[in-house]
Design a protein around this ligand. Structure first.
Ligand SMILES: *Cc1c(COP(=O)(O)O)cnc(C)c1O
Length: 359
């Protein structure tokens, strides 16, 4: 694919980050095989079995990256692994946004972590709300960029968007990649549940693109904390330089390697969730106090109901926890419900029906 947008990375990266010399750990200086390793001050005893828990893990996660590279068809030099995709989000702020002066653009209602890390890193926020159908207000973003593009370092686009569930069309993403002055981050945590193609197909054309993926959702590995960033080798190098040296634990690397052997089962699992999603959307639509069921390309469904606070409480009293989003701007009256197991979904639907006439 031909390159449409190149970037001068040095102009976008913070000066201290660009010039910084990364920490060089024992395992990054020597990672070959040897009989005696006395370089990392590890304990020679392993008190919890014989699984090498006394040894530091591979700081560059070479074996895991090779596997991910195969499964996701992404070059190893285009791949960063983080302690959840949340780590990659934090590192993107730290790499690109100067505290106290630069800013990030977010499109609410969306994933709350983007604004939390902006505050944590003392980075300004420019909020361009989604339209009432939860599509991106491209015109408003264009206006904002024309007025004052200085300091705009990051744009976060979540697709499928959490909590609304809709896909953002690739044409919108491509247009924003062409005009946004900084890095465009497309968070595809729920991409596996969508039928729209991944924005990763645009990586070769736009050097300012970072795509986030995770093993936490479709791959059933939320507990292991394994997130991924796909980007140009120059951006990957920066993220790798500034991460914690051993950011992915040994147990997490091993668990992820195991999970990645289950491609077929994961595909089947995704298809099951997609089918259940269709059934649940249908069933929700027939509940009297449900005012709107939003379409979903993810493993959750956003509902507008007559009284979200009360619904949340009533379900909680019945042992069922959903996510109340009614106090989020743009989500008044809304709750977000994850597609669960067949039994869980049945229990939820039964409870929802029981509440008819009372809500
Ligand atoms: C769940 C989720 C993630 C995943 O985060 P991890 O840290 O990888 O578990 C990322 N982005 C969005 C929008 C999510 O909803």
């Amino acid at each position: 694919m031909k390159v449409i947008r190149t970037i001068a990375l040095q102009q976008l990266v913070r000066k201290n980050i660009w010039s910084m010399k990364p920490y060089s750990s024992a395992r990054s200086e020597y990672s070959g095989s040897a009989e005696v390793f006395l370089d990392a001050n590890e304990n020679y005893r392993d008190y919890v079995g014989d699984r090498g828990r006394n040894r530091y893990p591979d700081p560059l996660q070479r074996q895991l990256k090779e596997k991910i590279s195969e499964v996701f068809s992404i070059g190893i030099d285009h791949l960063f692994l983080g302690n959840g995709s949340d780590e990659a989000i934090d590192l993107l702020y730290r790499a690109f946004a100067e505290p106290g002066s630069d800013s990030a653009m977010i499109l609410p209602p969306t994933y709350g972590v983007y604004s939390v890390f902006a505050h944590l890193n003392d980075v300004g926020l420019i909020s361009i709300p989604l339209r009432s159908d939860y599509s991106i207000d491209v015109g408003q973003i264009e206006k904002e960029i024309e007025e004052d593009p200085s300091g705009m370092k990051l744009l976060f686009i979540c697709s499928p968007n959490n909590p609304t569930g809709n896909d953002i069309p690739l044409e919108d993403i491509e247009h924003l990649l062409a005009i946004f002055p900084g890095i465009v981050v497309v968070d595809e945590a729920y991409q596996d549940f969508s039928s729209r193609a991944s924005a990763a197909s645009l990586l070769d054309a736009y050097e300012n693109l970072v795509v986030l993926r995770t093993l936490s959702k479709a791959w059933g590995l939320a507990n292991a904390r394994l997130g991924m960033a796909f980007a140009s080798p120059q951006i990957i190098r920066i993220l790798t330089n500034i991460k914690y040296p051993y950011n992915i634990s040994g147990p997490a690397q091993e668990t992820a390697l195991q999970a990645l052997d289950h491609v077929r089962e994961v595909r089947e699992g995704v298809a099951e969730i997609q089918a259940a999603r269709t059934e649940m959307i249908d069933a929700f639509g027939r509940i009297s106090y449900v005012e709107c069921v939003y379409r979903s390309a993810a493993n959750f469904i956003l509902l507008k109901v007559s009284d979200a606070d009360r619904l949340y409480q009533e379900l909680k009293d019945r042992g069922i926890i959903i996510r109340n989003r009614t106090h989020e701007p743009g989500c008044t009256g809304c709750v977000r419900i994850t597609v669960g197991s067949p039994q869980e979904n049945l229990r939820l639907l039964e409870a929802l029906r029981t509440l008819e006439g009372t809500l």
